[in-house]
Design a protein around this ligand. Structure first.
Ligand code: 6PG
Length: 249
């Protein structure tokens, strides 16, 4: 069973996400000395800004010095490029941390951007080497086509979801620009402690129907539900979820 948290506008979705992340932080710090978190790009970084920076009740309890932040996927561009997920997270969250607060963040080796296929394989290999064997929490997005991380649906992208050996791979043909990316694979999700998706807005209505009513596991997001349901939580707003009929997830 997947846990689904449906938020009306008055429910404050970022606050619910912030409380979830704090709970996961506290559980990780009760087990060990650091909180290993991996995040996606897209709209998630703005939810994180509202949740972790603007919401003071949550912000005061974030133990940034114990966080290790990784990326579930990244576009192979320079870290200052407008498409960089690291750059988006820096702009939304890191640049707003109170002065003196330190957090360890692990971007890809962006010096290889623009250098071609062999270099991109190398970016993926290097990122696999720095990624912990087990991440405590993954915070994922959901594209309107049902992709998550840079695991895309459709036959030509089947190599991404099919990967079971490498933990990070090069995606060379992303239908969402830019085309060259690195992404975590299913084994990283398998090893992770918890997985949360954040999906908001009416553009997600058709895909929510495919995922939750049709349970169409050709979509990577629906596949994650099927494979890892017990540790998966969805945070959705009622605009995205309004057409979903099923009550069993
Ligand atoms: O780098 C990326 O492209 C993202 O990591 C990607 O997987 C994103 O999470 C989804 O496309 C959802 O994006 P939105 O939340 O902006 O719709």
């Amino acid at each position: 069973m997947v846990n689904v948290v449906v938020c009306a506008a008055s429910d404050n979705l970022p606050e619910k996400v912030g409380e979830y992340v704090l709970r996961k932080q506290d559980e990780a710090l009760a087990r060990g000395s650091v909180f290993n978190l991996a995040i996606s790009g897209g709209s998630l970084v703005n939810v994180l800004k509202t949740a972790l920076i603007d919401d003071k009740k949550v912000a005061d309890k974030v133990q940034w010095s114990k966080w290790r932040v990784y990326f579930v996927d990244e576009r192979i561009v320079s870290l200052t490029h407008p498409d960089s997920n690291y750059g988006a997270f820096k702009e939304a969250v890191l640049d707003h941390l109170p002065s003196g607060v330190q957090v360890q963040v692990f971007p890809i080796n962006a010096s290889l951007a623009g250098k071609g296929p062999e270099a991109y394989e190398q970016v993926a290999k290097e990122y696999e080497e720095i990624l912990p064997k087990k991440l405590d929490t993954l915070l994922l997005g959901c594209g309107p086509d049902g992709h998550t991380c840079s695991l895309f649906p459709d036959a030509e992208h089947a190599y991404l979801v099919a990967e079971r050996q490498k933990r990070v791979i090069w995606c060379h043909d992303s239908p969402k620009p830019p085309s060259d990316r690195v992404t975590i694979t299913i084994p990283v999700m398998d090893a992770a402690g918890d997985i949360a998706f954040v999906a908001t807005g009416s553009s997600k209505q058709p895909v929510m129907h495919q995922i939750f009513d049709k349970k169409d596991t050709k979509l990577p997001t629906a596949l994650v539900n099927k494979l890892f349901g017990g540790k998966v939580t969805w945070f959705v707003d009622d605009q995205a979820f309004t057409k979903v009929e099923t009550k069993t997830f």
